[in-house]
Design a protein around this ligand. Structure first.
Ligand SMILES: NC(=O)c1ccc[n+]([C@@H]2O[C@H](COP(=O)([O-])OP(=O)(O)OC[C@H]3O[C@@H](n4cnc5c(N)ncnc54)[C@H](OP(=O)(O)O)[C@@H]3O)[C@@H](O)[C@H]2O)c1
Length: 275
């Protein structure tokens, strides 16, 4: 797919991966729909995009992706302005990372599932009839390595991204005959505002090694690549594929290393191992 002039919806475009992805599409001359709750950030990005030499356009839509009415309005505004939808990047999402018993049932659990799962499903469902009518389209769902490997303190986030994985796989097999591709992107750690919202409170200070960390720009470029050369799924950096295979082939080993190297050191105070 040639990106020039294509209508691209990017959810969660107010920061991090979504913002970088929108910029990458804009460099190619796309007509962008920038959606999120923080309108000031979206307006700023839209201004930058409209000034680009590529001739890119930008429509700002304030939308809370946990609300069906906002999703419907986002799609209506897109069609009113541009008349079609070529690409949907389901990127908006967040994580609240703590032991399950410490997560708030509404603010952490329900809210996370509403945006990360329902948001993706409902947005796709609203956009799909348009793409079916066009007999073309590209849907990119932002998963995560947590959508392939369950890690302690990531229970709900991991559940949400596993749900996106299952949803995307099934959808891909539903819509392919209409000329619509569905791709899943699985980044490892990315330096964005994600951590600021996640409430991470680690005693071991365990974190992704620096050499495996991605920038939002790198992820944005991968999103564009998935549109121009669709693939069912892509793990970045590729090294993480090894841990995904290991987790599938030898889960007992991953259990052992995760529990001894992460869970017990983190839990030791609560378990009474250390005071
Ligand atoms: N950072 C990582 O390490 C990493 C790794 C793998 C996958 N991911 C995934 O990548 C995606 C983007 O995350 P990021 O790292 O770029 O984090 P980020 O910088 O915090 O961006 C999150 C984006 O999601 C939007 N969002 C959150 N709740 C929303 C809601 N209710 N309605 C509309 N928009 C909402 C935010 O916009 P507003 O707050 O303005 O609404 C923001 O634009 C997420 O799906 C995340 O799970 C991140």
């Amino acid at each position: 797919m040639d990106i020039k002039g294509k209508v691209v919806i990017v959810t969660g475009a107010s920061s991090g991966i979504g913002e970088a992805t929108a910029r990458e599409f804009a460099k190619e001359g796309a007509r962008l729909v920038l959606a999120a709750r923080r309108i000031d950030r979206l307006e700023e990005l839209a201004k930058e995009i409209r000034a680009m030499a590529s001739g890119a356009e930008a429509l700002v839509v304030q939308a809370d992706l946990s609300q069906l009415a906002d999703i419907q309005s986002m799609v209506e505004q897109t069609l009113k302005q541009f008349g079609r939808i070529d690409v949907l990047v389901n990127n908006a999402g967040f994580g609240r990372l703590d032991w399950l018993e410490k997560l708030d049932p509404l603010k952490d659990i329900e809210a996370q599932l509403k945006v990360n799962v329902h948001g993706v499903i409902q947005t796709t469902r609203q956009v799909l009839p348009v793409m079916i009518k066009q007999r073309s389209g590209s849907i990119i769902n932002m998963c995560s390595m947590a959508g392939l490997i369950g890690t302690p303190t990531y229970t709900i986030y991991s559940a949400s991204k596993h749900a996106v994985h299952g949803f995307s796989e099934a959808l891909r097999r539903e819509v392919q005959p209409w000329g619509i591709s569905v791709s899943m992107l699985y980044p490892g750690g990315v330096t964005t505002e994600f951590g600021q919202h996640a409430g991470i409170n680690r005693k071991t200070k365990a974190t992704t090694p620096k050499f495996l960390l991605l920038t939002a720009d790198q992820v944005g470029r991968e999103v564009v690549k998935l549109v121009t050369r669709p693939r069912a799924m892509r793990i970045i950096p590729w090294l993480w594929s090894l841990s995904a295979y290991l987790n599938k082939l030898w889960p007992a080993f991953v259990d052992y290393t995760t529990i001894t190297r992460f869970t017990i050191p983190e839990r030791e105070v609560e378990l009474g191992i250390k005071s």
